[in-house]
Design a protein. Structure first.
Lengths: 259, 787
């Protein structure tokens, strides 16, 4: 690690003010990506502004068909909640127990790792990302690998998930990291079907429109038989673009079957 | 019987109490007064001309004590190689210089060209980043066959090419082998890759150099499997320190798998720098550094051919292997693809004619050396895969084909220069068929099909040569060291024993197993015996722990030393009981006079040895302490038969191991629980190689999977519950314990079992696939299924 200062204000406004004053400052959530990055000397922030002492960012509430999850809520708490079983299952499959007890939903969505699970959950459920400045629809939030709609000192405070009629998330593990080599989140709410794919695309998490149309007509695994997404898929030592495209089809069918 | 068991008892490992409660004393746990810290500046390119190193900015940084470059090491030796191979033309191998810090060129990503010693680790790292190296990048050679092409960039400019040696074995047999192939009724050919592995022991390497200016003594604390070997290599060949002025200490060592056998530049650096600045100097490898500096393992590219007659008898075998040496010759690297590989090509079979060709090649990659099994897994993998392929081509049962060709009479002299003393390959195969319930396979196949999964069965045998080795033999083969082992047994006045051994545990359980041997011989409780190891200051010269040799060679030295102790103790007992030496018997810790009821206890005799008031001083000296060196007469030859059952998800290509059975013959067993653990760990490592692991370099020589995010290590849920049996026992005939060694068997026998099973599953599903290279990742298996 390089040297840095660390602050843990108890007021969100103070976090924002510090970020505005120092453009080399970085927000620290659960630290499950940031701390390893610092340890490898791949980042050199001037200071870390921790969200740890801001209690109002933690917790899960349900109201009127919407589940609101505070940005600092750790994966283990989402996994234990169960208000949206598919989302809880997704959270319970991230990393290992120590990651799930430190890593936060807000941190994951702010980082938008192309292999992370939460982006598929947020996009696949049509969530709303609530920030210190505004509310952003998930469809407008994800902007590519590690890119989001968040502006400079904007911080995610909560995520609002509409409760679906049915949903499921199925992922295929990358053998080493066990991030998603491919993960597919499918939901159905009334006649609205969403299929969100993580891990596969060079453009990050995406909605697979052809699959959604096919499932809107016939919500069954067979509706996706033989289908693979178009677009540039990631190719690396763990799988070719063709393999990833194929897996998207397989995982999507399995997710539908699990709904 | 001793209360908690001697030889044969499954005693729990006494060392685990400290390991599992965080009380182990590993090298990184040590800190010396006034210690400074090292950070190395390492090449980020695989190949380049090092035109200059500007250390001025680094030297001006806070806390920096001194910055070293290659120039500081111009007057000392380079890292030596411990084994010289003579090639098929009678020429000795090409042996490049290996400076402690790079001079003139950098040759792999991770090659160190400078080092900073500073007050704190972060200061050292900060300053190391401020060093400016002027490196002209050169094209890298990564692929071995490309490295041998005319005009390929040379890793070492002063060598004639990138070929280290071209070894033929047995060269005199080559014509006869070729003739047998010409006459064969059937020839099976298989091209395969034995994938490059990163050892990744749980504990990264650490070195602390310490210099006592008042006495002029140097001490190196290091993560080593063989501290005496490091003392000899570093003292004599690198730094010019005589052994009586150099102490090497390897305290608890957290795994090695071979990678901690070798003498590394960082050890020499810390010892050298400590004297230069007259302060202790500590280096702790990061995990990222370990990936690009610890020696890698395997990395063979092979074509193997098996010739059979019309009755399916094996008539000849020939193999052609390219073996990657990496950028420099590590300590034992040249021996691995030659003597530890070619001599095992007969396997368990009576193939009369064998020819092995190995070309060792320099590339711009991390040096490659011994890794759990070292040459023997490479031999076993290719042999057992080609036999399974032959069975497929001939349409015969693969177990029957093996049984038909088994060696059944012992001793057996192979056509590749070794003599198996004992073995019973029919018995281990019979045992395997029983414990793996092979007759129930068809039912399990149906059950898998019903779930939509493909099921396959892989079976194979293995043999290994352990207990390295007769010193005079390995000397003829090019070893620059003897391979005996030593033990000093010190009996204290009150009867307890301290055994000082040249073997050194890096997780094997020596502190538990060795006392069982010594205590059994005397008939006392093993808790009365303490093991001391890992410090050249208080152990006799020994060659360390690798090649499954510690019990077979080190244990035998203990037996010899303990025999001397018992012989002397009997004389003392005879004196105390006024009887003849020859009438004294020792049983259950009691000396008695044969045919009488006279007896004295072990403790009475040991006390007399140190309080010699009533003692035959005119005949024997007081005290009870003996040293023995044991040099084995032959290798030992553990063997076994393994079976693996896999399921494949046909939609994703993901392979899961559903069952794994191992029937091993390790000769006599001292602690069956430790043996089970060794086999479990070895199989886990073999499954890792077969399904998950494999270092991948791009064409520029960058390691693409240099972290656990991309290099897949096996996890608990990647492996099944094993069925392990070692009841087939044909004791070794030439060591006093009749033991053979068990540390590497699992890693040797399991990769072909896994690959055989996957190929079998795909063929049962209608595929005509004959081979997939390891690691059998979901992506590779799926791709193979598409073609």
């Amino acid at each position: 690690m390089y040297e840095f200062d660390i602050k843990a204000p108890s007021k969100l406004g103070k976090v924002v003010r510090k970020l505005k004053k120092d453009e080399d400052a970085v927000v620290l959530g659960g630290g499950q990506t940031l701390i390893p990055t610092l340890k490898q000397r791949l980042a050199a922030p001037s200071q870390l502004i921790s969200l740890a002492k801001i209690d109002k960012l933690k917790g899960i509430s349900s109201d009127n068909g919407v589940v609101t999850i505070g940005a600092s809520t750790v994966h283990a708490d989402v996994a234990a909640d169960g208000a949206i079983p598919a989302l809880s299952a997704l959270a319970g499959g991230i990393g290992d127990p120590s990651v799930r007890n430190r890593g936060t939903i807000g941190g994951s969505l702010a980082n938008n790792d192309p292999s992370a699970c939460y982006p598929a959950g947020a996009l696949g459920l049509g969530a709303t990302i609530v920030t210190t400045d505004r509310k952003i629809a998930a469809d407008d939030y994800f902007r590519g690998l590690f890119e989001t709609a968040l502006e400079g000192a904007e911080i995610i405070t909560a995520i609002e998930f509409p409760v679906p009629d049915k949903a499921a998330y199925v992922k295929f593990d990358q053998p080493a990291s066990r991030f998603a080599l491919v993960g597919v989140f499918v939901s159905r709410t009334g006649s609205d079907v969403r299929v969100a794919v993580t891990g596969a695309s060079e453009s990050g998490v995406f909605r697979w429109a052809e699959a959604e149309a096919a499932l809107a007509a016939n919500f069954a695994p067979e509706a996706l038989e033989g289908m693979t997404p178009s677009g540039d898929m990631i190719g690396d030592i763990h799988g070719s673009p063709e393999y990833r495209a194929h897996l998207v089809g397989v995982m999507a069918r399995r997710a539908v079957a699990a709904c | 019987m001793p209360a908690d068991g001697g030889i044969g008892a499954p005693n729990k490992r006494r060392e685990d109490i400290r390991f599992l409660t965080g009380k182990g004393n590993y090298t990184d746990d040590m800190n010396k007064r006034g210690q400074a810290y090292v950070a190395f500046a390492r090449s980020q390119v695989a190949h380049g001309t090092l035109k200059g190193v500007d250390t001025s900015a680094a030297e001006a940084m806070p806390g920096v004590v001194r910055v070293f470059t290659g120039a500081d090491f111009a007057e000392v030796g380079g890292i030596p190689c411990g084994w010289q191979i003579t090639d098929k033309h009678g020429e000795v191998m090409q042996e490049p210089a290996h400076p402690v810090l790079a001079q003139g060129k950098v040759r792999h990503v991770g090659d160190p060209y400078a080092a900073v010693v500073a007050e704190t680790l972060d200061q050292a790292r900060d300053a190391a980043e401020a060093i400016e190296a002027d490196i002209d990048e050169l094209p890298a050679v990564v692929d071995m066959k490309a490295a041998l092409l005319e005009g390929a960039p040379k890793v070492h400019d002063d060598l004639t090419s990138n070929l280290c040696y071209d070894w033929g074995f047995v060269e005199e047999n080559k014509a006869a082998v070729d003739e047998a192939f010409a006459k064969a009724a059937h020839v099976t050919t298989l091209d395969l890759v034995n994938n490059r592995l990163v050892a990744n022991p749980m504990e990264p390497r650490v070195a602390i150099g310490d210099y006592d200016s008042s006495a002029g003594d140097s001490t190196l604390y290091t993560t080593s499997q063989n501290p005496h070997v490091i003392r000899l290599l570093m003292g004599a060949f690198v730094l010019g320190i005589p052994e009586h002025k150099l102490r090497v200490v390897a305290p608890d060592v957290g795994g090695g798998f071979g990678s901690k056998i070798f003498h590394y530049a960082e050890e020499a650096f810390c010892t050298f720098a400590a004297k230069a600045i007259n302060r202790p100097v500590k280096w702790t490898s990061t995990r990222s550094e370990a990936f690009i500096t610890d020696c890698h393992g395997r990395d063979h590219v092979t074509t193997i051919q098996l010739a059979l007659d019309a009755e399916n008898n094996f008539t000849a075998l020939r193999t052609d292997t390219h073996a990657n040496m990496g950028a420099y010759l590590s300590t034992f690297a040249p021996s691995v693809p030659t003597w530890l590989h070619g001599t095992l090509m007969a396997g368990n079979y009576k193939t009369p004619l064998i020819y092995v060709n190995v070309k060792a090649v320099f590339t711009n990659t991390v040096p490659v050396d011994a890794y759990r099994g070292a040459g023997r897994p490479e031999a076993t993998y290719q042999l057992e895969r080609v036999i399974s392929k032959a069975a497929m081509e001939l349409g015969v049962d693969q177990i029957a084909l093996r049984r038909q060709n088994f060696i059944t009479e012992f001793p057996y002299a192979t056509p590749v220069a070794v003599e198996y003393d004992t073995g019973d390959y029919v018995a281990t195969m019979d045992k395997l068929e029983q414990i793996a319930d092979l007759s129930g396979f068809e039912a399990r196949l149906k059950a898998s099909k019903a779930k939509g999964k493909l099921r396959g069965l892989g079976v194979n045998c293995y043999i290994e040569a352990c207990g390295i080795a007769p010193s005079n033999l390995v000397g003829q083969l090019g070893a620059r060291a003897g391979l005996y082992e030593s033990a000093t047994v010190r009996v204290n006045a009150t009867g307890g024993l301290v055994v000082m051994t040249g073997s050194h545990s890096h997780g094997q359980g020596h502190e538990t197993a060795f006392p069982q041997v010594v205590a059994s011989m005397i008939g006392i409780d093993p808790s009365m015996v303490e093991i001391v190891h890992g410090d050249t200051a208080n152990t006799p010269m020994g060659m360390g722990t690798y090649g499954s040799r510690s019990l077979a060679v080190g244990g035998s030295a203990m037996v010899k030393a303990t025999e001397k102790i018992i012989a002397k103790a009997k004389k003392i007992a005879a004196h105390l009981m006024e009887a003849a030496d020859s009438d004294i018997e020792l049983k259950d810790g009691q000396f008695s006079v044969a045919g009488t009821d006279k007896s004295v206890a072990w403790g009475d005799v040991t006390l007399a040895a140190y309080v010699p008031h009533n003692y035959p001083l005119e005949e024997i000296e007081p005290g009870l302490e003996e040293t023995a060196f044991y040099d084995p007469a032959n290798f030992t030859y553990p063997s076994g038969a393994y079976a693996c059952e896999v399921e494949i998800d046909p939609e994703t290509g993901k392979v899961t191991i559903e069952a794994f059975a191992a029937a091993d013959d390790f000769g006599n067993i001292v602690n069956p629980m430790i043996v089970d653990g060794q086999v479990h760990g070895g199989i886990g490592q073999g499954i890792g190689q077969a399904l998950l692991e494999g270092a991948v370099y791009d064409e520029d020589g960058q390691l693409l999977n240099g972290s656990f995010m991309d290099y897949a290590m096996p996890r608990a849920d990647d492996v099944p519950f094993y069925t392990v049996d070692h009841s087939c026992q044909t004791p070794c005939t030439h060591n006093p314990l009749g033991v053979k060694g068990c540390g590497e068997a699992g890693a040797i026998g399991s990769p072909p079992a896994v690959v055989n099973a996957v190929v079998d599953a795909l063929r049962r599903n209608g595929s005509d696939i004959t081979h997939i290279d390891m690691p059998l990742t979901p992506s590779r298996v799926w791709s193979a299924m598409q073609s």
